[in-house]
Design a protein around this ligand. Sequence first.
Ligand SMILES: Cc1ncc(COP(=O)(O)O)c(C=O)c1O
Length: 384
Amino acid sequence: MSNLLTSEQRRAFLRRGFSRRDFGRLAAFLTAGAALPFYNEAALAQGLSAMRNLPPDAIRINANENPLGPCAEALEAMRAVLPQGGRYLYNETFALADLVADIEGLKRENVMPFAGSSDPLHRVVLAYSSPEKSFVVAEPGYEAGGRAAKYIGAKVVSVPLRKDGSHDPQAMASADPNAGVIYVCNPNNPTGSVTRKEDVDYIVANKPKGAIVLLDEAYIHFSHTAVPGTPYITANEDVIILRTFSKLYGMAGLRAGYALGRPELLEPLRKYAAGALPVTGMVGAIASLKAKSVVPERKKLVAETRQDLFDWMDKKGLHYIPSGANMFMVDTGRPGEQVFEAMLKHKVVIGRTWPSRPTSVRVSIGTPAEMSKFKAAFEAVLSS
Ligand SMILES: Cc1ncc(COP(=O)(O)O)c(C=O)c1O
């Protein structure tokens, strides 16, 4: 397996504090991405084996997906491109980078398209953390980066979220003087909580020299208050931003996303590149960005459904963390895994629990009809 690394890659890894013993894992990381255990939300979702036998009418609110799927414009663009699927259509990837640059007021070299955001997330871990450079992450937080870091032998430093669910800027910035990557997910998965602009500014300004702030904005389109980090890129800060079409845009199974950053910061990610990207994902992403009503309409729908759930939980006396995304965490007062299993019996698949909140579960926000079924099942489970 380690033969798959080029001699240049081996030398570069050795310089960064990896040892020859690590080569097998590093090669696996580079070649088997999708097959590795830390891959993405779907792979992390609880009870995957149980899910294989799910009835078709089960409610899936476990992986922060969008039940609406791609918008009509994206569907049409993807259908239209299918007959050309025998070609490597690189131009569509360049067209996505151009469009994103245009929308964000950046240069094309600041934008690197990918098939989703898991891939660049893992590449950032590989490029900027090592046995000598840690990965700093909030708890509860999205686990994929930390698992990838652990896999390659980098230390994972966990920093508790503040009471309101936001990142603790002082604690994140000073967590480790040898930090390689400080991961800030805004809004945060699994809580949906938002970290204010001035707090992200603080982390960017006060992080250890040489560390990268990895700003994961997978859920930013849902939020009314989270401020996108694009100005950090314009200001040439040590920041890489990740965005995905898997969430609000409903394209999780189609795969499109991108990284934003200074060209020198993005270049190491290209080194671990994998060639052509899925053309359906690329044209679907382009059509989604051009369809101007998609974000406001879907954001509004999710906000209304979320508010209805919060009102309901308030009435029931349930404790939850206020969320600005398409998920929330609610305290069940008993082991979260038990609640997950009990909900499964009602054909409702909810999300997992996190080590720091063992009695809480994450619930993704589906359609209003799905959430009515969730309420009925949740009520029955918690009163049993
Ligand atoms: C915070 C966060 N980042 C990244 C991802 C990766 O998603 P994808 O690879 O589908 O873009 C997810 C998936 O749920 C996520 O929650």
